[in-house]
Design a protein around this ligand. Structure first.
Ligand SMILES: Cc1ncc(COP(=O)(O)O)c(C=O)c1O
Length: 454
């Protein structure tokens, strides 16, 4: 690889590559048969009601990705010199419009939300080491932050001398105000003893349990309270909830395109607000593009497969085949997942973990207490049991009972296990009926998690 790798590419031609034409909305909405065919590669034996974990990629987008991979291996030098950078730029322009960013330079493409978190946290770590932040200054995150993001915060912040504060969140939760109250208390604690809160990491949609967080309101509170930077971990958001980064007003916002936006694994965007002057953002994998701005640094991190980053226009073409495009998909997924969540809760005599307005295309459904989910380990074992014996793929969350709940309820009526069900365009009502019937059978057979060996 030449030492000036990437330099020629920015002057490359724009008239080549499989998906460089502007995606046009199709006239006829996609049919049910076409949807089945787009997802015919899914294992037909499995009721996959877990789009949230790994997303999905229709075969038309896969086909476009393969064309990009072929272009690369067919004539790598031409691909590298003429195609790669203009094609990444085209994807970034599409993302910019989808999230209402001001400028394409605010949008970088990276592998995933985990990488985006490392980029944001790395500059926080340097600010501690370089003395711009004082030892003991705080970083605030939600108790339900995603595991690897939590670990990253500790790796980058605690080791650099920062103090990490977790915001406890109620679950089940019934209103935004419950979250806002806890957040305000955590910020007040963060600012006690003369400390500064340097960063707030806020999920847009928490992973487990899944709840839509009022990010705009929390960002506004951060501004009022003098928090230096706000990073929204919105790994699940694009294609799932509406995103307007200007309206939200955070400094950084990341979302995976491979979860709910039909791109193959792995591609995410990281938005960084232009006016966030203090940010010293760099990709953790350094190439000769270091120092030329995050979008260009991220566009070349060594020889690898960049094809997932190049099919955003194909994903846009796919969503435009649905009535209302991605907004129509979001709305329909939301309505259906709420309907299915209510159907399951009713069948099992339980309840959902939050009201519909705090759900996206995922909802938490309480499972019968008699299943005896008594730990996170039990939840994992029950998930495996459902996969192995009923071909249902669904994540399960253990919600430890509060002391007063234990006193007021017997263990059979206490709901401690919640299933996180997703709805995506390929799901059918039979997927949820299979889950309902599997749980009903376990209950009927007197099953409890104690029966599962570790
Ligand atoms: C809230 C949240 N943040 C970060 C991630 C990490 O995403 P990835 O594994 O694509 O980096 C996830 C994954 O589910 C998530 O739910």
């Amino acid at each position: 690889m030449e030492s000036n790798s990437g330099d020629h590419a920015e002057n490359g031609r724009h008239d080549d590559g499989p998906s460089l034409k502007k995606p046009k909305p199709s006239l006829l909405p996609i049919t049910a048969a076409e949807i089945r065919s787009e997802f015919a590669h899914h294992d037909p034996a499995v009721a996959r009601i877990n789009n949230g974990s790994f997303g999905c990629c229709p075969s038309s987008v896969f086909a476009a990705q393969y064309q990009w991979q072929l272009l690369f291996i067919r004539q790598p030098d031409h691909f590298y010199i003429n195609l790669l950078q203009p094609s990444i730029l085209r994807s970034r322009l599409l993302v910019k419009d989808l999230i209402n960013a001001d400028d394409v330079d605010e949008v970088s493409l990276v592998d995933n939300a985990t990488t985006a978190a490392a980029i944001v946290l790395q500059q926080i770590s340097w600010a501690f080491f370089q003395g711009s932040f004082s030892k003991g200054d705080a970083v605030v995150m939600l108790h339900y932050a995603y595991g690897s993001v939590k670990k990253s915060i500790h790796a980058y912040v605690s080791r650099a001398g920062g103090h990490v504060i977790e915001v406890p969140l109620p679950f089940p939760v019934s209103s935004d105000d419950e979250i806002i109250d806890e957040f305000r208390k955590a910020l007040a604690f963060g600012k006690s003893n003369g400390r500064r809160v340097r960063l707030a990491v806020i999920d847009h949609i928490t992973s487990m349990p899944s709840v839509v967080i009022p990010v705009k309101e929390l960002t506004r509170i951060c501004r009022e309270e003098g928090v230096d930077q706000v990073f929204i971990d919105a790994a699940h958001a694009i294609g799932n909830v509406e995103i307007d980064v200007k309206d939200i007003g955070a400094d950084f916002y990341t979302s995976n395109l491979h979860k709910w936006f039909f791109c193959p694994p792995a591609v995410a965007f990281l938005y960084s607000r232009k006016c966030t002057a203090s940010a010293d953002l760099h990709h953790p994998v350094v190439s000769d593009r270091y120092g030329r701005g995050l979008p260009l640094e991220s566009g070349w991190i060594g020889t690898r497969d960049y094809s997932a980053q190049l099919v955003v226009s194909s994903a846009v073409e796919f969503v435009n085949r649905f009535e209302g495009g991605i907004d129509g998909i979001r709305k329909s997924n939301h309505e259906k997942v709420v309907e299915m969540g209510n159907m399951l809760a009713e069948a099992w005599g339980t309840y959902t973990g939050s009201p519909p307005e705090m759900c996206c295309s995922m909802i938490m459904v309480g499972m019968p207490g008699c299943l005896g989910v008594a730990s996170s380990d039990d939840a994992l074992k029950l998930r495996t049991h459902l996969r192995d014996n009923f071909q249902v793929e669904v994540p399960i969350y253990y919600n430890p009972p509060k002391a007063f709940e234990e006193q007021a309820n017997d263990s059979v009526s206490l709901v401690t296990g919640f299933a996180r069900i997703s709805h995506q365009v390929y799901n059918t009502v039979e997927d949820y009926y299979r889950f309902r019937d599997a749980i009903n059978k376990l209950v009927h057979d007197g099953f409890t998690c104690r029966m599962l060996s570790s």
